[in-house]
Design a protein around this ligand. Sequence first.
Ligand SMILES: [Zn+2]
Length: 267
Amino acid sequence: MLIDTHAHIFLEQFQSDFDQVLERANGVGVGHILLPAIDVASIESCIHLAESHRDPGTGPVLHAMAGIHPSAVQEATDVDMQRVREFAAHPAVLAIGETGLDYYWDRSFDDKQHAFLREHIRLAAKVDKPLVFHDREASEDLVRIVAEEKARSAYPERIRGVFHCFGGPDAHTELVLDLGFHMGIGGTLTFKNGGVPENTSTVPMDRIILETDAPYLTPAPHRGKRNEPAYVRLVAEKLAEVRGLSVEEVEAVTTANAATLFGLELV
Ligand SMILES: [Zn+2]
């Protein structure tokens, strides 16, 4: 069984063929799909989908997250953060995310991004659920803030999770490993000249989980088209190739890692 630990299939890009998307995922052995929220409205969509897809006998089991994406933080209010705290306790919500930092699109609200990131980390420690981090050109600050929050937390061991769409660079890899976090590997692994196989070559297999980030970052040979959870198998195949492992080995290890990190029952 494979697990897609990061797929935004609640977005409108999947509205017209949602059931077929799940069928194709089921067809290649995807047993669980985790849905990272972007804003308060999408937390509700994720929970609704998770509650209506809980039976492994009928296809992939869906799981919700609660969080505000760093790029959505600009519009977010304290009331929104309060809603995230309320949703965080919901049984269908198994992680806090996605949160993190994005310096690529807009540097005009860095302070607000930092403040919301810290709120998400404290919330994750409080409810004892893993964090899902988005990091775009912000590795240094993200790693520093996580380390600071761990140092000041009454529950540092609860501050765990994944740096999703991990691609290096090497210097950052060591810091993420030191923090005890996992790395989410997705379609960028298949990009020619993307540097991801090299940048992630020192990451031990027991820290890797697989993801698609659907509908974005579509792996080869489907680049340019919409990404979807079934393509997580292409990521597994590429990882097997660059590590000299069998696809079955990659599947077994990454699925066990994800199940442990997110507390998933594998049936
Ligand atoms: Zn995402």
